[in-house]
Design a protein around this ligand. Sequence first.
Ligand SMILES: [Zn+2]
Ligand SMILES: [Zn+2]
Length: 315
Amino acid sequence: MACGLCGTDVHIFHGDKGAADNPFPIVLGHEFSGVVEEINVGGGVRPHVAIGDRVCVDPNVLCGRCEFCLGGIGHFCEGMTGIGTTVDGGFAEYCAVPLTQLYKIADDCTYGRAALAEPLSCCLHGIDGCDIRAGENAVVIGGGLIGLIMLQLARMRGAASVCLIEPVAEKRALAESLGADLTIDPFTRDAAQELWKNGIRRVSTVIECVGSVKTVEQAISLAGKKSVVMLFGLTKPEDSLSVKPFDFFKREITLRSSFINPYTMKRAVDLINGGKLELDSLISARLPLDGLGDALGNPDIRKSGKILITPWGGA
Ligand SMILES: [Zn+2]
Ligand SMILES: [Zn+2]
């Protein structure tokens, strides 16, 4: 019913090397929701969903038997199947999905919101790694879907203030409506100065949600004493940056990263089903299946925010 267009899809479309090796041809789309139309199980298997149920999908299918699955870090599974990355995914009218990957969505939850469960589950893994303590100050760099979700999660964790750094005015306005205490245009303002001017003397968490060398460097420079810098944005495999180890020593900066969504999908679905996050305003457009080619090929279409492909309309 709805499938989110993700940066990963764009990378794969353009042939960039990303998180997974993709066999071609393949139907992309790994952030999706829909209706159960048919169930095929062997004898003795009792499915937890029924025909007609409204569901969303965890696209990462673990083998359950490799070194990493058995070691409790299944997101590094050597035999992982990625629905929409290594096998056919959600940019289609129908998609076959293992039962284990299905999560029921609430009656009043739209398919569009439910399609955001996967990116939200990734954000939950990221926010877990930030160790935000109630009353501390957080900075989020980047006001795309991920940054605007991270902003909301940082507030839920009890941050005294959350500042969002983003050059696009509409996205800053959206961030303010979602509760950002301060927004900064990095092209016209010095972020460190603005934070200082607004009484923020120590930033304990910086969440980088852009994935460029420049913004990673900015994240490290804004990190305060005893802070965590979360590298969440996906950089290019060949990117590298130079850091001064002395800065890390002087400020006791911890650099963290976050890879996909280990065991966070249920929490994501529970948050969405419970209406705990504002997601509708993060969706900028719903396109039919035949709009997918344009959306993948034309960055201007993707600039305004999250795009959903809705093969059956509505949602
Ligand atoms: Zn994605
Ligand atoms: Zn495994």
